[in-house]
Write a protein that binds this ligand. Structure first.
Ligand code: PGA
Length: 247
């Protein structure tokens, strides 16, 4: 089980960041691995000298490898301070202008610098005709096709339907719909990954994961973990959520 805590810009003071890191250390176990995705400066400060089982993810990486790009943070600089994962293509970055081409460039950049990419995909709305399936297929295909076969096997997929992000457990996807989508994602991956690698690919779910729905989603859908937003910065909720995943 992988729990990726996407702090977004919710956490902006170091004292709170340190508390959440200490909690993550207590909660991580041999059953559930916790990956924290703090804002860049906080990631740098927390990851320095980190010897715990908790890992760190960039919330995004620059498509540029460095140079004259004020405000951008390169994949290499994340790697150098101890990040080992990178979220790429989060819907909030896509809304801010990341196209599928940019997402593909960022994926390649993360891989070049040894970061395991967590590729976010997901439809804006659920229509009655199943168009949401083609949205997911297209996002996956456009992101993975430029990569080599070996690189494609390293990408973790986070299915995050936009309509379910930032709501509450009751507005999130249910286990049946999620399990259908997880099967579909593996089917598309079978066309994109070499050999039998699609069966080994990790698929996470994100979008209003809270203590109230975590257990049902994990037990009945075939996912390998969660990308958690708002509930990951509330210590009580995060703790309840993580404890439910330890089997
Ligand atoms: P949420 O965010 O858990 O607050 O819905 C998830 C995400 O956007 O990664």
């Amino acid at each position: 089980m992988l729990i990726v805590a996407n702090w977004k810009a919710y956490v902006d003071d170091f004292a709170k960041a340190k508390k959440l890191f200490a909690l993550a250390k207590r909660l991580s176990s041999s059953h559930a691995s916790i990956v924290l995705a703090p804002p860049a400066p906080l990631l740098g400060a927390l990851a320095a000298g980190n010897k715990s089982k908790v890992a760190f993810a960039a919330q995004d990486v620059s498509r540029a490898s460095g140079g004259a790009h004020t405000g951008e943070v390169s994949a290499r600089s994340y790697a150098t301070v101890g990040a080992t994962y990178a979220i790429v293509g989060h819907s909030e970055r896509r809304t801010a202008g990341d196209t599928d081409t940019i997402v593909a460039e960022k994926l390649a950049m993360a891989l070049t610098h040894g970061l395991t990419p967590i590729l976010c995909i997901g439809e804006t709305e659920r229509d009655g005709e199943g168009k949401y399936l083609s949205v997911v297929r297209e996002e996956l295909t456009l992101a993975l096709t430029p990569l080599t076969h070996k690189e494609r096997t390293k990408v973790i997929i986070a299915y995050e339907p936009l309509w379910a992000i930032g709501k509450t457990a009751s507005a999130a996807i249910g286990p049946n719909d999620l399990s259908e989508m997880v099967l579909y994602i593996h089917k598309v991956l079978a066309e994109l990954l070499p050999g039998k690698n699609s069966a080994r690919a990790l698929v996470l779910y994100g979008g209003s994961v809270e203590p109230d729905n975590a257990k049902a989603l994990i037990e009945n859908s075939g996912i390998n973990g969660f990308l958690v937003g708002h509930a990951s910065v509330e210590p009580d909720a995060f703790s309840l959520l993580a404890k439910q995943l330890v089997r």
